[in-house]
Every structure is written in C-alpha cells, then in structure tokens.
Ligand binder design. Sequence first.
Ligand SMILES: *[C@@H]1O[C@H](CO)[C@@H](O)[C@H](O)[C@H]1NC(C)=O
Ligand SMILES: *[C@@H]1O[C@H](CO)[C@@H](O)[C@H](O)[C@H]1NC(C)=O
Ligand SMILES: *[C@@H]1O[C@H](CO)[C@@H](O)[C@H](O)[C@H]1NC(C)=O
Ligand SMILES: *[C@@H]1O[C@H](CO)[C@@H](O)[C@H](O)[C@H]1NC(C)=O
Ligand SMILES: *[C@@H]1O[C@H](CO)[C@@H](O)[C@H](O)[C@H]1NC(C)=O
Ligand SMILES: *[C@@H]1O[C@H](CO)[C@@H](O)[C@H](O)[C@H]1NC(C)=O
Ligand SMILES: *[C@@H]1O[C@H](CO)[C@@H](O)[C@H](O)[C@H]1NC(C)=O
Ligand SMILES: *[C@@H]1O[C@H](CO)[C@@H](O)[C@H](O)[C@H]1NC(C)=O
Length: 293
Amino acid sequence: FPHTSPFFPSLSFSLVVLAAQEIIVSKPGDNATLSCIYRGRELHLNNLRVYWQKADGQEDCSVVHALISGQDNESEQCIHFKNRTQLFWDRLESGDFSLLLLNVSQSDVRTYKCVVMQKTEYTKMIHQSEVVLSLAASYSQPILSGPIRNSDSTEEEVTFSCRSGNGYPEPNVYWINKTDNSHLPPSELKITPHADGTYSVFSTLKVKATSNMQIECSVENKILQENLSANYTQQKQSNGSSTESHKNLGKKGRGAQAAGIVSVIILIGLLTVLTCWLWRRRSSNQVSYTGNE
Ligand SMILES: *[C@@H]1O[C@H](CO)[C@@H](O)[C@H](O)[C@H]1NC(C)=O
Ligand SMILES: *[C@@H]1O[C@H](CO)[C@@H](O)[C@H](O)[C@H]1NC(C)=O
Ligand SMILES: *[C@@H]1O[C@H](CO)[C@@H](O)[C@H](O)[C@H]1NC(C)=O
Ligand SMILES: *[C@@H]1O[C@H](CO)[C@@H](O)[C@H](O)[C@H]1NC(C)=O
Ligand SMILES: *[C@@H]1O[C@H](CO)[C@@H](O)[C@H](O)[C@H]1NC(C)=O
Ligand SMILES: *[C@@H]1O[C@H](CO)[C@@H](O)[C@H](O)[C@H]1NC(C)=O
Ligand SMILES: *[C@@H]1O[C@H](CO)[C@@H](O)[C@H](O)[C@H]1NC(C)=O
Ligand SMILES: *[C@@H]1O[C@H](CO)[C@@H](O)[C@H](O)[C@H]1NC(C)=O
C-alpha cells in the first residue's frame, strides 16, 4: 500500500473534480436518503472523516452529520439535525456514505454537501458531492360532489364541492365550465395544514342550475407540474338516454351486429354443407335408380 501512495493523490483529485449534484424529492414527514457514494479503492473507517454539511452554509452552524475515526461525532452537529440523522453502518466500508434524514420539513430544504477525507500520512479529501433536497407530494384524486340544490335561494342555484389532500405544497384549485372551458370563481376555498406538513383542500362552487352542466374541479401542484381533476356531467333527465347509456348502447349495438354477422356466416356454412350432402345423396340415388332400371 505505501508503494502506491504517491499515485493516490492525483487519482483522488480527479474524482473531486467530477463531483455531481443530485436532486431528491421527498414528502414532508418522510425520511429522506441523501446519497453520497465513493467508488474508489478499499476504505478503512478508522482513517476516514465524513462530513455532511450545508453547502450554502453562511450560517453559524453548518454540520449536519460527522463521522470521525469510525464514530459519529455530535460535538459540532447543528441542533436542528440532532437525533435526526444516521449513516448506513453496513454500507460504509463499501464507500456508501449516504445519510438518512428523518422527518423532513420545509426547514430542511437546501443543498447538502458530503465531504470524505482520508488520513494516511496527511489528510486528503478523496470525495465530495452535493445533494439538493426539495419537498413535494402529489395530491389525492379530487372527489367532486353535488350538485346540491340550495333551498334558500330564489334562483335555481346549486352547490358543488371538491376535496383532495395529502399533498405539498399548497395547491391551486380551479373550477372549470367544460362547456366553454371558462374558469368559474369558487365561493369557498379552505386549505388546511396537517401535522406531517401536508395540506388538504376543500372548495365549493355555487352556480345557477342550467341544463347540460359540465363542471370540472382541478387541483394543481405547481412543483410537480401536476393537475388532477374530477368531472361532473349532467345526465339528461326523464327523457331517458343519458350520454352514458348512449355510449353503452353504441358498444352493445356493435357487439350485436358482430354476433349477427358471425351467426349468418355459420348459417350459410351449414346450409352449404346440407345442400351438398342432399345433392350428393340425390345424385347417388339417381345413379342407383337408373342402374336398377
Ligand atoms: C423514519 O425512520 C424512523 C426511524 O428509523 C422510523 O421510526 C419511521 O417510521 C420512519 N418514518 C417513515 C415515514 O418512514
Ligand atoms: C468529536 O470530535 C472532536 C474534535 O473534532 C473531539 O475532540 C471529540 O473527542 C470527538 N468526540 C467523540 C465522541 O468522538
Ligand atoms: C436527542 O435524543 C436524546 C436521547 O434520546 C435526548 O436526550 C435529547 O434531548 C434529544 N435531542 C433533541 C435535540 O431532540
Ligand atoms: C416531525 O417534525 C415536525 C416538525 O417539523 C414535528 O411537528 C413532528 O412531531 C415530527 N414528527 C416526528 C414523528 O418526530
Ligand atoms: C357554461 O358555459 C356555457 C356556455 O358559455 C353557459 O351557457 C353556461 O351557463 C355555463 N355554465 C355555468 C354553470 O356557468
Ligand atoms: C392546470 O390547470 C390550470 C387550469 O386549467 C392551468 O392554468 C394550468 O396551467 C395547469 N397546470 C399544469 C401544470 O398543467
Ligand atoms: C373528465 O372528462 C374528460 C373528457 O370530458 C375525460 O378525458 C377525463 O378523463 C375526465 N376526468 C375524470 C377524472 O373523470
Ligand atoms: C323531453 O324531450 C322533449 C323534446 O325532445 C322536450 O320538449 C321535453 O322538455 C323533454 N323533457 C325533459 C324532462 O327533459
């Protein structure tokens, strides 16, 4: 090993230059794994110092987690990260210095830096990489209910309501008149934060009842660039034939048509066989008959 050590510094230098930045998207309240993997030669934990720190650290405290001579060292760890970080002990010797950060919240959103130093004759940085932690969570499929007729209004006014949850960050809610794709102003919008950092949303829409109402509620997550929507399409009344049953009829109609064609083909086939058989029987009878004559 001392033999090769003169070459080691130059090798480690090129690895340092190739440092990459990774983005981790986590849900508030979840545990996030910030990855830091060194693919170099075999390591001896006792010679290593691993520092996880704030990359943009102009604050007083920058140490997120420290491993010194094979032991976690909490002496300089920021209070914000106390009892919330752990390394994967079974993976350290293979060069995996990823950090598990428990119960992440908005205050953890930042860029982190992993620095690995090796102490042989002198201390040398052998690896560094950066991880960006951001928070986001998809909203649940919105549930649209209504219309409910408002008894107290003189006009025929109805209320729709829409709810969704378990998302992050705060959503935008859009009510859309699907007839002309115009936006309708909500009459109520309630966004509720939960203990785990996620939000739920409840919104209502009051409109004058018209025939053929087509209403959509859409919940937008700006970070994930995601819109989830739920529809209401008025079924035509009493005159029967709603749009839905039209579609079903269409499918059934096509099915029946296909079945009809198949049975006609089978029938023709059967008739052909029967005709052939009858014809052959008749002609053989004729032959025997003429033979007898
Ligand atoms: C996060 O990790 C802790 C400790 O390992 C565990 O108790 C907790 O259930 C985990 N939380 C989630 C959301 O996985
Ligand atoms: C932590 O590191 C400091 C020096 O940075 C050292 O004085 C202290 O003994 C270490 N503590 C433990 C528990 O290893
Ligand atoms: C960390 O955990 C220890 C023991 O479990 C506890 O005494 C200490 O108060 C905790 N520190 C913080 C900042 O939560
Ligand atoms: C997670 O952190 C939040 C504050 O960010 C706290 O209110 C909550 O109690 C923590 N949950 C757990 C399981 O430690
Ligand atoms: C939706 O748009 C159509 C066409 O512009 C309009 O006739 C109808 O009244 C609108 N419905 C609502 C609930 O605003
Ligand atoms: C979500 O829908 C709204 C309303 O239709 C639209 O303004 C917005 O651009 C959509 N966002 C995405 C990410 O598609
Ligand atoms: C809403 O209706 C459109 C077409 O009118 C359809 O493509 C979409 O899947 C529907 N969304 C839901 C959630 O039913
Ligand atoms: C049923 O349809 C007829 C004409 O197609 C229309 O005059 C009548 O108002 C409809 N009734 C209802 C309840 O929609």
